[in-house]
Design a protein around this ligand. Structure first.
Ligand code: ADP
Length: 282
C-alpha cells in the first residue's frame, strides 16, 4: 500500500501568457502508515502537489500510482481514490456548506452511497475523533470558531474512513492551544488508526514535532526528502529559500558555541531538555 509519484510535472495555464511550471519532475514514494511533513516557501508547489494525490489536478506529464495502480489509466475509479485519500483544504470554509455540522460531516459517507443510519454513525464517530463538543453538532458550521471549523472539515474527511489524510496548513491562523490540540489529535489518529498522514505546514516546529519524514519543496522541485534531523542539518540552505530550522535548533547551536557540550542537531524541546541536562551531568 503506497503512493508512488513518477516524474510528475504540472503546468498551469499551459500555452498562455500566464503559464507556470508549478511541479517539475517530482518522484516520491510514500509508504502506507507514514507521517510526512511537506514544507516550502509560498509558491513552491506544495498545494499543487497534494491536489494531485486524490486526482483533483491531473499531472501534465508523469504518473501517480496508488497501491500499484496508475490513477491516470483509463477506467480508474477516481471516486474510490477520493474516499481513500482524503484532502483537508487550507481554508475549511471551502469544504463546509451544509446547514449544520452533523449534516456536513455526513456528506462524504452519503456520497459513498451509505445508508442514512450508517452516515450518521460514521459522522458521530468522526466528530468524536476530532474532539468537537456535542453541543455544536446542530450548529451551522459557519458560526464556529476557526479551530472548530477545522475540526469539522477534518471530521468530514475522516467520516469516509480514508487510508490517507492530507492536510494543507491545518493549523494556520489558530492560537497555540488550538494548534497543539489539532496536531495531537492527528498524531493520535495516525497511531491508532494506522492512517498515512501528509501534513503541509509553514511551521518548522510542527513538522519537527510530528513528522517522521520531511519533504522540502523549492520552486516546484523536491529539494530534500529525509528524516527531520537530516533535513534540519541543512538549515543554512533552508534559510536561503526562506525556511529555517526549528527555533530550538538555533538555541542548541548557540549553547554549543558558548561551550556547553550539547548536541546541536536537536529539533524539539524534549530532546533539548535531555541533552542540556546530560551536558550538566544531571
Ligand atoms: P504553495 O502551496 O507552496 O504556496 P502552490 O502550489 O499554491 O504553492 O503554487 C505553486 C506555483 O503555481 C506558484 O507559482 C503559484 O503562483 C502557481 N499557481 C498556483 N495556483 C495557480 C493557478 N490556479 N493558476 C496559475 N498559477 C497558479
Amino acid at each position: 500500500m503506497s503512493i508512488k509519484i513518477e516524474h510528475l510535472n504540472y503546468v498551469y495555464s499551459e500555452g498562455t501568457a500566464y503559464e507556470k511550471h508549478a511541479l517539475k519532475d517530482i518522484c516520491l514514494e510514500i509508504p502506507h502508515g507514514e507521517f510526512v511533513g511537506i514544507i516550502g516557501h509560498t509558491g513552491s508547489g506544495k498545494s499543487t502537489l497534494i491536489q494531485h494525490l486524490n486526482g483533483l489536478i491531473k499531472g501534465t506529464s508523469g504518473a501517480i500510482y496508488y497501491n500499484g495502480e496508475n490513477i491516470y489509466q483509463d477506467g480508474y475509479d477516481m471516486r474510490a481514490l477520493r474516499s481513500q485519500v482524503g484532502l483537508v483544504f487550507q481554508y475549511p470554509e471551502h469544504q463546509l456548506f451544509e446547514i449544520d455540522v452533523l449534516t456536513d460531516v455526513c456528506f462524504g459517507p452519503k456520497n459513498q452511497g451509505l445508508s442514512q443510519q450508517e452516515c450518521e454513525a460514521r459522522a458521530l464517530e468522526a466528530l468524536k475523533l476530532v474532539g468537537l463538543k456535542e453541543k455544536y453538532y446542530k450548529s451551522s458550521p459557519f458560526e464556529l470558531s476557526g479551530g472548530q471549523k477545522r475540526r469539522v472539515a477534518i471530521a468530514g474527511v475522516l467520516a469516509m474512513r480514508p487510508k490517507v489524510l492530507v492536510l494543507d496548513e491545518p493549523t494556520a491562523g489558530l492560537d497555540p492551544k488550538g494548534r497543539d490540540e489539532i496536531l495531537d489529535q492527528i498524531a493520535y489518529l495516525h497511531k491508532e488508526s494506522d492512517l498515512t498522514v501528509i501534513l503541509v505546514s509553514h511551521s518548522m516546529e510542527d513538522v519537527a514535532n510530528y513528522a517522521e519524514r520531511i519533504i522540502v519543496m523549492n520552486k516546484g522541485q523536491v529539494m530534500y526528502d529525509d528524516a527531520p534531523h537530516n533535513v534540519f542539518k541543512h538549515y543554512k540552505k533552508l534559510e536561503q529559500i526562506g525556511l529555517a530550522a526549528p527555533q530550538i535548533t538555533y538555541i542548541m547551536h548557540q549553547l554549543k558555541e558558548d561551550g556547553l557540550d550539547v548536541d546541536e542537531n536537536i529539533i524539539n524541546l524534549e530532546e533539548a531538555k535531555e541533552s542540556i541536562l546530560k551536558s550538566l551531568g544531571r
